[in-house]
Design a protein around this ligand. Structure first.
Ligand SMILES: [Fe+2]
Length: 239
C-alpha cells in the first residue's frame, strides 16, 4: 500500500529535524540572543502577513477561522496559554532574562537570511493553493511535537530541546522559559489542525504530491533561516 500523505509529511519533518545544523550544534549565548531578536520579528511577520494570506485563500470556513485564531494568539493575545500576552511579547520577556535590553530587542532589524526567508515564504504562501499554504503555516510548528529527530528533540520536541539547553546555558527555571513551554502545548494544537486539514482535503483535491513538495520546500527555508541565526549569532558574539 502507498504511504499515507501524513506519513510522508512526517518523514519530511523528521528529515528537517535530523539535518538542520542549528539543532545539532551547540547553543551559545550569541546564538540565543540572535534567536530572541530574529524570532520575535519572524513570528510577527509570519502571523500578521504570511499566514493571513493563506487564510484569505482558504475556502473552508472552519479552517480559515482556525488559522486566524492561531495568528491572533501569536500577535495579539494568547489567553489560553500565554496569560493574555502575544507570543512575541513573551519572547521579548525571555530576551530580557538572557542579558538583552528591551530597547535592543525592539530595535533589532531582520538579518539578511531572515529577510530572504520572508521573501521565499511570500512565494510559498501568498500565491499558492491554500492547502499548500496550510502546510507552510504549520510544518515548522510540527517540529515542536515530540517524535521527530533524535534525543531530547524526539522526546520533547524542538522547543523542549531549546528549553533544556537555554535552561542550562542561562540557569533559567521552566517558569522563566515559558516561551518554549507554552509552545509545546500551543503548537501541538496549531499543527494538529493543519495536519488534519491536509488529511481531510489532500486526497479529495488530488494534491498529495503537491503538499509533500510544499512541506519539503518550506522546511528548506526554515533550515536556512535557523542556520542564518546561528551564523549571525556567532559573528555578533565575537565583538
Ligand atoms: Fe507562538
Amino acid at each position: 500500500m502507498a504511504k499515507s500523505v501524513l506519513a510522508r509529511l512526517d518523514e519530511a519533518v523528521d528529515g528537517f529535524c535530523l539535518r538542520t545544523r542549528y539543532f545539532r550544534e551547540e547553543m551559545t549565548k550569541g546564538r540565543a540572543h540572535m534567536f530572541a531578536m530574529q524570532h520575535r520579528l519572524n513570528t510577527r511577520q509570519r502571523n500578521s502577513v504570511l499566514k493571513l494570506k493563506v487564510a484569505t485563500n482558504c475556502p473552508d470556513w472552519d479552517t480559515r477561522i482556525g488559522i486566524i485564531r492561531a495568528c491572533s494568539e501569536e500577535v495579539i493575545a494568547d489567553h489560553e496559554h500565554g496569560g493574555g500576552r502575544a507570543h512575541w511579547e513573551i519572547l521579548e520577556d525571555l530576551g530580557t532574562r538572557i542579558g538583552l535590553s528591551r530597547k535592543k530587542i525592539q530595535a533589532a532589524k531582520p538579518i539578511a537570511t531572515t529577510q530572504l526567508a520572508w521573501s521565499a515564504w511570500e512565494g510559498l504562501m501568498a500565491n499558492r493553493h491554500w492547502l499548500e499554504g496550510i502546510v507552510a503555516n504549520t510544518c515548522a510548528e510540527r517540529a515542536n511535537v515530540p517524535g521527530y529527530g533524535t534525543g531530547v528533540m524526539k522526546k520533547h520536541g524542538w522547543f523542549g530541546l531549546e528549553r533544556e539547553r537555554w535552561g542550562r546555558l542561562f540557569n533559567l527555571s521552566n517558569g522563566e522559559l515559558e516561551f518554549f513551554g507554552l509552545h509545546e502545548k500551543a503548537d501541538i494544537a496549531h499543527s494538529d489542525a493543519g495536519w488534519r486539514a491536509v488529511e481531510r482535503f489532500a486526497g479529495q483535491l488530488h494534491m498529495e504530491d503537491a503538499v509533500v513538495a510544499a512541506c519539503e520546500r518550506n522546511l528548506q527555508v526554515w533550515e536556512m533561516y535557523l542556520n542564518g541565526i546561528g551564523e549571525a549569532g556567532d559573528k555578533s558574539a565575537r565583538y
